[in-house]
Ligand binder design. Sequence first.
Ligand SMILES: Cc1ncc(COP(=O)(O)O)c(C=O)c1O
Length: 516
Amino acid sequence: MFVQRTLRQAIKAHSAISSSSSSSSATYSAKLLFSRFYSAASATAPLDASKLEIKASKNSKSLQENSQLVFGKTFTDNMLTVEWEAGKGWGTPVIKEYGKLQLDPSAVVFHYAFECFEGMKAYKDKDGKTRLFRPDMNMKRFNRSANRIALPSFEGEELTKLISEFLKVDDRWIPKGRGYSLYLRPTMIGTQESLGVGASNKAMIFVIASPVGPYFPSGFNAVNLLATSENVRAWPGGTGDAKVGGNYAPCIRPQLDANKEGYQQNLWLFGEDHQVTEVGTMNCFVFWKNEQGETELATPQLDGSILPGVTRDSILALARQWGEFKVSERKFTMKDIVKADKEGRIIEMFGAGTACIVCPIKKIHYDGLDINVPLDPSDKTSQAGKLTKRINDAIMDIQYGDVEGPKGWSVVVKAAGAAPNAGEMGGEKARDLAARAAPDATTEAYEKGSLEGGDANEGDDDDDSDGDDMGVEFVEDAGEDDTEEDADDDAEDAEEGEDDRAGKEGNGGTGGTANS
Ligand SMILES: Cc1ncc(COP(=O)(O)O)c(C=O)c1O
């Protein structure tokens, strides 16, 4: 009775606030309130990091030399898993030895692509501390992606805590040195064993990690793009703004075709007017003099078909903070690019994403025409424009903790040991297990701690510049560089020995599409 009444009150409050208020934070609070009552009413267990069990691997695989790292080929000793069931909620999170999943062949992930994932990195700073970059944004996007395919929502902050614990256990795998990082792949799949097409009543989150090197191991290498309109990556109302696996496989055939013609990536167009949308699996930026003669950094607006990249958002925020030129999220078409090229107004173009940060563009093939995009006119040998390089350095400085950066961007995962609320597994036991799993970790690494530099949900009010708020709480019990695999060979053919772009040199390279 009480729950029903309070739930009704929460719904009323939510509707009142969301219809009258112009404040996104008020709307967000109402949604959160609603979701909490909803959770209470449905009485399912939330994702809870304090339930973590650490059953770390007793076998320490040997580490690879930094120079030998190939994107997404080597994985750490352990993985994180947690299962969900409709009516019950989230189960016990476990850190256990990296290994194969056992799933029934009828599991819905195999048939209807119930899969979403994230791509994020952990960095070692010069003091040996581990840092995450804006994990709250990855968690929100992960939740939005899950919601889009009717998979369960979860508390982002709790998953960030769990990932932090995972990082402590596999600390020795985080490569040191600027440009090196541990790539994290949080993934959610629907595991219901049924061929019925409907919401999955079972799901699993797993997180695996792979040490990676710089995307451009020997300096930038600008890419050639094939502007593609006959195949479309995404469309308004589709799933382009969600990081669901189903978006990626259909892009590989067009990418292979582009590779065969000597282009590393597709420039994805949309609509009769050939709007520019994304580059491979990166967001697309153009720096130019616009038709009004203003110097402008422009990227397509988030219209539902563009993935709201963490890097994209960070670039926009930094460029706005610099205040030196106009910064726009708006539509632009190939006609605009061709005209700007003819009038000599393009200054630089680049793709942006976690794997590379920025990827300079040097040529676009469109409609039988080659558009040569300037790099750095003051340095003929340079493979990246001045702004592209500046953005890269600014973001890297923050990721590696060399520069403070906006609040909550660089989140330090404190030294290994259980999180303050790591329940039964806290204290001695967790430290012992972590010590066994991470023999190389320093004594300092066993200090107790969890996150500093911002609560994972803290930024909710201010970092939704993509205009997309949580929007994921209402689906409880509703019952995320990029298939970085082996397009290597074709990509290499496409390179025609011309450069040593990532994926070819193999360090940070994704081997397939440019980013992840
Ligand atoms: C399609 C697509 N666009 C853009 C991005 C860049 O996003 P982020 O900056 O969060 O890595 C990615 C990678 O996640 C992507 O897969």
